[in-house]
Write a protein that binds this ligand. Structure first.
Ligand code: OAD
Length: 252
């Protein structure tokens, strides 16, 4: 792939890098995205029945069982070249921050450190009532998504809920603030595999652009880049990121 000349210069000169990822970075690990037309989870499932606090209260077993099914799929997934390249990039760059919307741990499995998880983590459930954290005792064993009643909190008896951020809920405040600070300070932001449709996470690239960062979208879908410091590299993260890493000559 030939990168635009003016992008290559910007890549060479960048010193403060933020990588912002969405479900597309895990797609090549076999993990379904949310909004891809045929394969996305929200093409097959209704988020309002599964991913809101009201849905959990209405039918806890439906919601818990669905997240257990997803947890099982994620336990079988492995990092792909995109996750591995992002981890390598962190090794090369002194000022680096990875921010993800993903609730999997594939970035960590690839070796990334200090990852900001804006939407929580499916492996870190907690009590719906008292927020005490809960440890899974076993991996789920399911052929498909089925109803499973959530376990009870050992502290207050409340229902254990998935450790993810649902629609209508606030992002973890410290994480979001740290992500905004990193985005505002970045001179390069790589936006990898996100539709950019879910706020407030989706405001991070705009924040970086406003602060004159170079923003590079890596996605098989076209991105309308409106500004001179905004670029779109069309393709999968697993193909493009290794090529892009080769353009970044950094040493810590
Ligand atoms: P989406 O499913 O909305 O978007 C996934 C993006 O990844 C799309 O733009 C795809 O074109 C792109 N994509 C697909 N395969 C790719 C590949 N191999 N390489 C690069 N890009 C690829 O997922 P998100 O933007 O992450 O919320 O969705 C944001 C939030 O909405 C999620 O965090 C989730 C969901 O509801 C929570 O879990 C709270």
């Amino acid at each position: 792939m030939n990168f635009p000349e003016n992008l290559v210069d910007r890549l060479h000169n960048s010193k403060n890098i933020v990588v912002f990822t969405g479900a597309g970075v895990s797609a090549e690990s076999g993990v379904a995205t949310f909004r891809d037309a045929l394969t996305g989870l929200w093409a097959r499932f209704d988020p309002m029945q599964l991913a809101t606090p009201q849905a959990f209260v209405r039918d806890p077993a439906l919601v818990w069982g669905w997240y257990e099914w997803r947890r099982q799929l994620l336990l079988q997934a492995e990092p792909n070249p995109a996750h591995l390249t992002i981890a390598q990039l962190q090794q090369k760059v002194a000022n680096f921050q990875l921010v993800t919307q993903n609730v999997d741990d594939l970035h960590e499995c690839a070796g990334s450190k200090n990852v900001i998880h804006l939407h929580g983590c499916i492996f870190s459930p907690r009590c719906f009532d008292c927020a005490v954290s809960y440890s899974f005792s076993a991996a789920p064993d399911m052929q498909q998504e089925v109803k499973i009643p959530p376990p009870a909190c050992t502290s207050c008896g409340g229902m254990i809920r998935p450790g993810v951020v649902w629609f209508g809920e606030a992002l973890p405040q410290g994480e979001f603030q740290a992500a905004c600070e990193a985005a505002a300070q970045a001179d390069l932001m790589l936006v990898v595999g996100t539709s950019g449709l879910v706020q407030p996470a989706a405001m991070l690239p705009a924040l970086a652009l406003r602060n004159n960062a170079t923003v590079v979208h890596i996605n098989p879908d076209a991105h309308q880049s409106g500004q001179p410091n905004e670029f779109a590299l069309r393709g999968t993260a697993g193909n493009i990121l290794p090529l892009l890493l080769a353009q970044l000559h950094h040493s810590k």
